[in-house]
Write a protein that binds this ligand. Structure first.
Ligand code: ZN
Length: 320
């Protein structure tokens, strides 16, 4: 049995899987806001213990634990740095060794989006293919690449599909640049735009009412889905813009990589599901050079657990 952790800005998700990748235990805990990296590492240890307990083993009996982390991950050094979504996490922190000591087994680190892509490649909807592009549509838009069966991380920053430019001089992105795909399609950017349209231009929307009714502080994927069901005009318009940006960004990336399949995951991608994957496919067609032979487009089959399951694969990879 192996452990896997998906380390996110709001939650830490842990799984214990068997050799075939079947989930035997799973848990999620909120990411602590205080205590910096050591606090987060301690919460990760507890999450593993809970998941292992469900699977009926002690954490120390696991073959190892893989971690999918945001930020700059250095598996050789065992550190994570500049994890922007995590509290007070700028300097490199020796996460691998701290966590290994806590759980009593070996720990491997990987990039969160890449491990989720690897999970879809090995166990999910991209199983039939050799080369794929993973598009994780959530708060931001992340990308993962597998070429001829091997993850492609470039010099460490490959796959940043959210920052592919879809409009020169366009909307400001959270990265500080302009016209990035994420500035139109990222959930956070969409929320900022919705507020701006409402407060500065007086447009009507039910988005924020739904958010409050659901007891949320953000426009979550669920809030967007409900607003669409309620035929909210602003939600439909912003989603249309997001789909257009995704179509252009994904097609431009495909024009370079020409992979066999695209897997759409992430909070928004999984929640909105097949009809929206189809809309993304349609939106990419006008920009696709090889339009007579487009790649397949699938929704991520492992859904929300893909990141943690993918992280568990890091343990297997380390033995090859
Ligand atoms: Zn950007």
């Amino acid at each position: 049995m192996r452990g896997g952790i998906d380390l996110g800005g709001t939650k830490i998700q842990a799984v214990v899987v068997d050799a075939a990748g079947e989930v035997l235990g799973e848990t999620r805990v909120p990411t602590p806001r205080d205590g910096g990296p050591p606090g987060v590492a301690a919460a990760m240890g507890e999450a593993v213990e809970q998941a292992a307990g469900q699977a009926g083993v002690a954490p120390g009996d696991l073959e190892g634990v893989g971690v999918g982390s945001p930020g700059v991950v250095d598996d050789k050094a065992g550190t994570v740095a500049s994890a922007g979504n995590l509290p007070d996490w700028e300097e490199p922190y020796p996460l691998r060794d701290v966590l290994a000591k806590d759980v009593g087994t070996k720990v491997r680190l990987g990039n969160d989006v890449q491990v989720a892509t690897d999970a879809e490649f090995e166990l999910g909807s991209a199983k039939p293919y050799d080369s794929i592009l993973g598009v994780f549509w959530g708060t931001g838009v992340g990308g993962g690449i597998v070429l001829d069966g091997r993850p492609w991380i470039g010099r460490s920053a490959a796959g940043e599909i959210g920052h592919v430019v879809v409009r020169i001089g366009g909307r400001q992105c959270t990265c500080g640049r302009r016209g990035c795909m994420e500035a139109y399609a990222g959930r956070l950017a969409m929320e900022l735009r919705a507020r701006q349209l409402m407060e500065e231009k007086g447009h009507q929307t039910k988005l924020f009412e739904i958010m409050e009714e659901r007891g949320r502080e953000r426009l979550t994927s669920g809030v967007w889905a409900r607003a669409l069901k309620a035929e909210d005009k602003m939600a439909k318009k912003l989603l249309r813009e997001a789909i257009e940006a995704l179509g252009a960004g994904v097609a431009s990336t495909l024009n370079i990589l020409d992979v066999e399949a695209v897997v759409i995951g992430g909070g928004m991608g999984v929640r909105l599901g097949e009809p929206y994957a189809e809309r993304i496919r349609e939106a990419m067609m006008p920009h696709l050079f090889a339009d007579s032979n487009p790649p397949a487009v699938h929704v991520a089959a492992l859904g929300d657990l893909g990141g943690a399951i993918g992280a568990s694969l890091l343990v297997k990879q380390s033995d090859k």
